[in-house]
Design a binder for this molecule. Structure first.
Ligand SMILES: [Zn+2]
Length: 391
């Protein structure tokens, strides 16, 4: 029980108090709507559709509903057109605008084409210790941005006491994230009658960078014929956007003193049924389009036999903080110590092919980057890793 602990307690009260008292009548409530993927990153593909298009269409519809019906809510989009935006930029847009809520919209894909349904994710810590270390490092970066280190002498974000505070800090957002996620998820499955895959928690890169309640919606599976048929109808996307809108307004009413009708008084303009365009797609095009890819956003994937592939892009005799500027925009950044060197890695992938995609991206910045593999925390060779995957 010393001054330091007293300070940390004050900080905790500040964070929690801040979340509860943040909403006032005058200040506009800001919602960031994030359409997943875009530009050269199509996300996952269905037979007739690309994830980036379904996401953008739904995001614009949701934004229009909020703009037309919620006078005190300001909508900020991470993208309004088919452009590529890095994940860190999306979080940055939300953070610099001091948004109150972050809603990321995606679609799912699976090798098993019978997998289908809607799910909503909230940020949670990774299970493995190494990933928790990354989360800690990033949390300390958030504190740095806000000059906490300069303001409070002797404060060390890596101390065990600080971890208690971080737990409280992210829990303050987590409570509201789960509240919003539950409302949106319920509203969506009541509308599309897809399988309810529930509200889930994972370490999404884009979510764990944003300092506000945040959710990531997987509308449905583009690799599931029924889900895809539904999601490629513009009229159905109107319904989905309206369902998300209702969940959002319910949340907004709960955290502010407003009492808006959850059904929009100005609904989206009715659109002509466009289902037939899907059937017109010729077979040639169809053949080219069947390439479901895992979403690069998902950082908790299925790791068979606990095999992880990463891209090692830098080694250094001196430890470099993971929060260092040079590491901006490195996905799933991590490091390990071997043969008197600190080695820095990007990605955390279930297959060598997935790691190869990250390698391709990093080659322009780090031309001697290469793929490595781990089983749990133990480094193994890439061929050993591939052998383990065949078991
Ligand atoms: Zn996605």
């Amino acid at each position: 029980m010393n001054k330091k602990i007293a300070f940390l307690l004050c900080l905790a009260i500040f964070f929690i108090g801040g979340t509860i008292c943040a909403q006032t009548e005058q200040k506009p409530f800001k919602v960031v709507i994030d359409a997943g993927h875009g530009g050269h990153d199509p996300g996952c593909n269905g037979v007739h559709s690309k994830e980036k298009d379904v996401c953008l269409s739904t995001a614009l519809k949701l934004g229009k509903l909020i703009t037309d019906n919620c006078p005190n809510v300001k909508v900020i989009y991470t993208r309004k057109t088919d452009v590529f935006i890095e994940l860190y930029r999306r979080a940055q847009i939300a953070n610099t605008n001091k948004a109150d809520v972050f809603i990321s919209i995606h679609c799912n894909a699976a090798e098993n084409t019978s997998a289908g349904g809607t799910e909503t994710w909230v940020m949670g810590l990774h299970k493995s210790e190494s990933n928790q270390a990354v989360a800690r490092a990033e949390n300390s970066a958030i504190l740095k941005e806000k000059n906490y280190e300069n303001n409070y002498e002797g404060y060390n974000p890596n101390s065990p006491e600080a971890n208690i505070i971080f737990a409280l800090y992210s829990n303050a957002y987590l409570t509201n994230s789960i509240l919003l996620a539950n409302k949106v998820q319920k509203s969506l499955v009541n509308t599309n009658h897809f399988t309810n895959r529930g509200v889930k928690q994972a370490g999404f890169w884009v979510l764990h960078k944003v300092a506000m309640p945040s959710i990531l919606i997987e509308l449905g599976f583009l690799t599931n014929a029924e889900n895809e048929k539904y999601l490629t109808s513009d009229a159905n996307l109107n319904k989905m956007a309206t369902a998300i809108y209702k969940g959002f307004v319910d949340y907004y009413n709960t955290v502010t003193n407003h009492n808006l009708e959850t059904s929009p008084s100005t609904p989206l303009p009715a659109t002509e049924a466009k289902e037939e365009t899907a059937d017109k797609t010729n077979t040639e095009e169809k053949e080219n389009k069947i390439t479901p890819q895992p979403s690069p956003l998902v950082s908790t994937k299925e790791f068979k036999n606990d095999v992880h592939f990463k891209v090692q892009f830098l080694s250094s005799p001196k430890k470099i903080a993971l929060t260092d500027k040079q590491f901006n925009n490195i996905p799933d950044l991590n490091c390990y110590y071997e043969n008197s060197l600190w080695k820095y890695t990007a990605g955390d992938e279930p297959t060598q092919a997935d790691a190869a995609n990250i390698l391709k991206e990093l080659k322009s910045r780090y031309n001697d980057a290469f793929i490595i593999a781990f089983q749990g925390d133990k480094k193994i060779t890439v061929s050993e890793a591939n052998a383990l995957l065949k078991k």
